[in-house]
Unconditional design. Structure first.
Length: 285
C-alpha cells in the first residue's frame, strides 16, 4: 500500500514539474510577444510597410527590408533544402553505415553548433572576397544556406528513418531498383516531414543577423534588389542598425519595435505557407 502511494506521489510530483515547465515557457513566450506588440503596434501603418526609410531612417517605412528578408530567406532554402535532402538520402539509404558515415554525421552535428557569426566570417572570406561575389543577395543566401544546412540534413534523415522498412522491401520485391525505391516510394512518404525541417530553416534564416551583416545586408540602399548580385536591406540587420548606430537611437525606438513585430508576422506568414503545402502533400499521401 505504501509502495503504491509512493509511486502515485512521485508521479504527481513529476507531472507537476512538467506542467510547471510548460506553463513557464508559455508565459515567457506570451510576455515576449506582448512586449513586442505593445511597443511596436504604434509604428505599424501602411506607410511604414510600403515606403523606403527617410531622414537617416528616423521616418518612412521598411519596404526594402521586407523584400530583402523574403528574398534572402527563400534563397537560403533554395540552397539548403536540395543539398540537405540529397545528403540525408545518401547517408540513410546508400552509405551503408560504417566509419566514414559516422564521421560525416559527427561533422554535421558539430556544424550545427558553430556560432552564426563564424558562418558570417566564412561567407565574407569565401563568397564575398575569394569568389568575388561582393556583398550581395547571392553571397548572403549561400552563407545562410550553409548555416541552416545541418538542421535540414538532420530533419530529413529523421523523416527517412520514420518511413517503414516494409515500403522498401515491397518495392524491391516487385523488381524496382534501389534508386527507384527511394525516388518513388521512400522520398514521397518522407517529404511532408522533411518540410517541417524546411519550416524551421526558414524561421531561423529570416531572423539571423550575423551571417548577413558581412555578406548581404547594408545600412541603406534606395532600390529593391533586381539581381542576385545586388546588396539588400534586411529586417534583422535593420533592427541592429537602428538599435546601435547613429545619434537618434531613442527617436527610432518605436521603429525598432515595429520592425521586430513585422519580422515576427513575416516569419509566421512564411511558416504558414510552408505548413499549408506540407498538409496538402500529407492529404495526397
Amino acid at each position: 500500500m505504501r509502495s503504491n502511494f509512493a509511486r502515485k506521489r512521485n508521479q504527481f510530483i513529476a507531472f507537476s514539474i512538467f506542467r510547471a515547465a510548460i506553463y513557464l515557457n508559455v508565459l515567457a513566450l506570451a510576455l515576449f510577444l506582448g512586449f513586442i506588440a505593445i511597443n511596436g503596434i504604434s509604428a505599424i501603418s501602411w506607410e511604414f510597410l510600403t515606403e523606403h526609410p527617410r531622414k537617416s531612417m528616423t521616418e518612412g517605412g521598411i519596404w526594402p527590408c521586407i523584400v530583402g528578408t523574403v528574398y534572402i530567406s527563400l534563397g537560403s532554402i533554395l540552397v539548403a533544402f536540395p543539398l540537405g535532402v540529397g545528403t540525408a538520402i545518401y547517408l540513410n539509404e546508400f552509405s551503408g553505415g560504417g566509419r566514414w558515415t559516422r564521421i560525416i554525421r559527427m561533422g554535421i552535428i558539430n556544424l550545427a553548433g558553430v556560432p552564426s557569426v563564424v558562418y558570417g566570417l566564412f561567407g565574407l572570406a569565401f563568397f564575398v572576397l575569394y569568389l568575388n561575389m561582393g556583398v550581395s543577395l547571392l553571397a548572403g543566401s549561400l552563407t545562410l544556406g550553409a548555416f541552416i544546412l545541418p538542421l535540414i540534413i538532420g530533419s530529413a534523415e529523421e523523416a527517412l528513418r520514420n518511413v517503414p522498412q516494409s515500403y522498401r522491401e515491397a518495392s524491391l520485391a516487385l523488381g524496382a531498383t534501389k534508386w527507384q525505391t527511394v525516388y518513388r516510394m521512400v522520398l514521397p512518404a518522407a517529404l511532408p516531414s522533411m518540410l517541417t525541417g524546411m519550416i524551421l530553416g526558414v524561421s531561423r534564416a529570416a531572423g539571423e543577423t550575423a551571417p548577413i551583416m558581412f555578406t548581404a545586408a547594408v545600412f541603406y540602399t534606395g532600390k529593391i534588389p533586381s539581381s542576385i548580385f545586388d546588396e539588400i536591406m534586411a529586417m534583422p540587420y535593420h533592427i541592429y542598425v537602428l538599435a546601435t548606430a547613429g545619434v537618434n537611437i531613442d527617436q527610432t525606438r518605436p521603429l525598432q519595435y515595429g520592425t521586430a513585430l513585422t519580422l515576427m508576422f513575416l516569419v509566421l506568414g512564411l511558416n504558414l505557407v510552408a505548413i499549408l503545402v506540407r498538409n496538402k502533400l500529407q492529404r495526397r499521401l
